[in-house]
Design a protein around this ligand. Structure first.
Ligand code: MLT
Length: 208
């Protein structure tokens, strides 16, 4: 028996009222469920939006899993929280009436890291993912089957938190698992810029 874990979250149905894709919006460290709603709407104007708040607090800042230091993840917690979030998405699909086969994550920083972890551990939950400034969450022991799934890895050349090799390695891991991966480089740092959003919107138009 599984225990349902509740996340504080926002859900916005598709503006057209037509069933279609749902974006799973995953904020960065210190963010909340409101942060990425405008990004989600800009990237995919017709999609429904599901935006949970991370349940881990680091000095009062919400996150999706624990870390031991900057870029050093508590792997046990990451695995448990990834499953918890995946189960929440499946449950939210029933509750809010969206199609669980058409969920695409849009995650920033810590949110991108748990989205990447979900692609690797629970590939059935996500049809695709927009990973904004992600790291490699872990090296998978057995590659998942990501054939037919798509990902955008949006990296910053001057990112002081994510080294370029991390973005490149994540793209390789996802590709080797069969995903169709676009690696987009912005000249900036860890913060998003207009070019990232334009790349995400273009990726979405191709995807949808
Ligand atoms: C993480 O902890 O997931 C990454 O270091 C990115 C961050 O949230 O700063």
């Amino acid at each position: 028996m599984t225990t349902k874990t509740e996340f504080v979250h926002r859900f916005e149905p598709a503006p057209t009222g037509k069933a279609g894709a749902t974006l799973l919006l995953l904020h960065g460290t210190g963010g909340n469920e409101n942060d990425l709603l405008p990004v989600g709407r800009a990237v995919a104007p017709d999609a429904a939006l599901l935006s949970p708040r991370g349940r881990v607090l680091e000095n009062g800042m919400p996150r999706f899993f624990r870390r031991l230091a900057e870029g050093v993840f508590d792997q046990e917690d990451l695995v448990a929280r990834t499953h918890e979030l995946a189960d929440f998405v499946a449950d939210a699909a029933k509750r809010h009436g969206f199609d669980p086969a058409h969920v695409v994550a849009v995650g920033f920083s810590n949110g991108a890291n748990i989205a990447a972890s979900m692609m690797l551990l629970r590939p059935e939950v996500l049809a695709g993912a927009v990973l904004l400034r992600p790291m490699v969450p872990f090296e998978p022991k057995t590659p998942p089957d990501l054939r037919g799934r798509r990902a955008l890895v949006a990296a910053g050349k001057a990112d002081p938190i994510v080294r370029p090799e991390q973005s490149e390695r994540l793209a390789v891991i996802l590709r080797e698992a069969g995903a169709d991966v676009t690696l987009h480089w912005s000249p900036g740092g860890h913060m998003l810029d207009r070019a990232d959003l334009a790349a995400a919107a273009a990726w979405w138009r191709d995807f949808a």
